[in-house]
Design a protein around this ligand. Structure first.
Ligand code: CA
Length: 229
């Protein structure tokens, strides 16, 4: 359930906002003092903040600014004066929306819902799972660029990682050293195809139980290498 913090010094307005939001299924906390409100806003987890502009203690401008320095949580600013809203916009404090008193409670609820939905989509998109390749005992996290062999993390250089990942993504296909060199090293690189052999050797030392009998990267004599599925 989404938690909303309202910082509003006019108790009647705070209660009205609270009632309507609670009817829509939100959990709502209210604070009337700016200083206390800001402290709670920063120390507790809320999904949305509704800030009145003129408050005792710290005002809504400052609260907005301080929340934004620490959190991306949506902020809706409430003001009695249209002019103040223009001022907030001008200050670029990072508020997501503005509403002028008097407003209809249903308008407030609609805006809160819209901002929460947008914010949840944003969080959801940041929490997409990492791109992982798992072949037998090898686990490659392409997003984090980390590799585990039988549960133990191994350190790879950039090129070793790229080469292992490329082979693992194209299993059971034989690649010549020339093909691998072109794929992993750009054309201008200094070096030659012997670099591929050296890197394969390094990778095997990290992933194979017995480098003389590779279980993952096989040498196809006279042709190149293949990642065995
Ligand atoms: Ca006020």
């Amino acid at each position: 359930m989404s938690r909303v913090l309202i910082i509003e010094d006019e108790v009647a307005i705070a209660e009205l906002e609270k009632d309507y939001l609670e009817l829509s299924g939100f959990t709502v906390e209210t604070e009337t003092d700016g200083t206390v409100g800001l402290k709670r806003a920063l120390s507790e987890d809320f999904d949305m903040y509704i800030l009145d502009l003129m408050l005792s203690g710290i005002d809504g401008f400052e609260i907005c600014k301080q929340i934004r320095e620490e959190k991306n949580t949506p902020i809706l600013m409430v003001s009695a004066k249209k002019d103040d809203i223009d001022k907030i916009r001008g200050l670029g404090l990072g508020a997501d929306d503005y509403i002028t008193k008097p407003f209809s409670p249903s308008e407030l609820v609609a805006r809160v819902k819209a901002h929460l939905a947008r914010y949840e989509r944003l969080i959801g998109s940041n929490m997409t799972e990492n791109d992982i390749i798992e072949i037998r005992g090898i686990k490659i996290d392409k997003t984090a660029r980390r590799v585990w062999v039988n549960g133990e993390e191994k350190q790879f250089t950039t090129k070793e990682f790229d080469l292992l990942t490329f082979l693992a993504e194209n299993p059971n296909r034989v690649f010549t050293k020339e093909e691998l060199f072109r794929e992993i090293w750009d054309m201008e690189s200094i070096g030659d195809i012997a670099t591929v052999t050296v890197h394969i050797k390094k990778i095997r030392e990290k992933v194979e139980m017995n480098t003389n009998k590779p279980q993952y990267i096989e040498t196809i004599w006279g042709v190149g290498y293949r990642f065995k599925l």
